[in-house]
Design a protein around this ligand. Structure first.
Ligand code: ZN
Length: 266
């Protein structure tokens, strides 16, 4: 059975279709669709929505509202597909609480990376977010993903362990894909954020796979954001000089999250 490799990585919002009563169209199919925070949003009558999009006067407020709703739905689906989880549904640059200088600096660097993404994309400039657990690395990386996805880029934020699991699952007979398909898919996204690097044992297979993904993106001059709880030295030991060099090419920056967990204080 052939598998669409992108379906393994990019979840689609859950949708529920049910029968409902429209004031205009009578008994119709209605639907509700999953939002980024995991809640469901009712979409009302499908025919009404279609008519608002296609049969209302082009310049009418109704048409503008229908278009805005469609844009919002598409963005929501793109964000779910980009791997932003309900836990980070509200993770934006505005919602990041920076109280100390190092925190403000980390915020500024990540914000700048997101705002200047077209330029970083063109030069394949990567970003390393390293440091302690609970310091908001995934929060800021999610905010970067959000920004670039809203601009129409293809992106994915995914824990390294999930990449390994999906690649390993390809070895099950009849899986319909190979771990090379995984590397090719991840190697082609406009932006890939690999989270929790260093949380795995670091077996030869795991590291080989990570190296293959990083290397493929490097060869294609595509930017990668790598997040790790390891400090700079330990990360170097874990992932190796070569992969780290790849991520630092063309002015790739490292942002250190050196303070202790903010979760404990919150
Ligand atoms: Zn209707």
């Amino acid at each position: 059975m052939a598998v669409r490799i992108s379906d393994l990585f990019h979840r689609r919002p859950f949708m529920r279709i049910f029968s409902g009563e429209c004031a205009v169209h009578g008994q119709v199919d209605m639907s509700e669709v999953e939002q980024l925070d995991g809640s469901m949003l009712a979409r009302g009558c499908k025919r009404c929505a279609w008519e608002a999009l296609h049969t209302t006067p082009r310049e009418s407020a109704e048409r503008a509202q229908a278009n805005a709703q469609r844009t919002a739905e598409n963005l929501m689906a793109a964000l779910v597909g980009a791997g932003i989880t309900p836990r980070f549904a509200g993770a934006t640059f505005d919602s990041y609480h920076a109280e100390t200088d190092p925190q403000r600096k980390a915020l500024a660097k990540c914000l700048a990376y997101a705002e200047q993404f077209p330029e970083h994309f063109r030069s394949g400039r990567s970003l390393l977010l390293t440091g302690n657990v609970g310091t908001g690395k995934t929060h800021l990386a999610s905010a970067i993903v959000r920004t670039v996805v809203a601009d129409g880029a293809t992106a994915l934020i995914i824990p390294a362990g999930d990449i390994v699991s999906i690649a390993r699952a390809s070895m099950v007979p009849g899986s319909g894909y190979t771990d090379r398909d995984v590397v090719v898919h991840l190697g082609g996204l406009n932006l890939l954020v690999i989270d929790e690097v260093g949380c795995q044992k670091g077996s030869e297979y795991e590291l080989g796979l990570l190296h293959a993904v990083i290397d493929r993106r490097y060869q294609a001059v595509l930017p990668t954001v790598l997040i790790s709880n390891l400090g700079a030295e330990n990360l170097k030991t874990y992932i190796g000089d070569r992969a780290l060099d790849r991520l630092r090419q063309n002015g790739g920056q490292q942002v250190g999250f050196t303070w202790s967990s903010m979760r404990a204080v919150a």
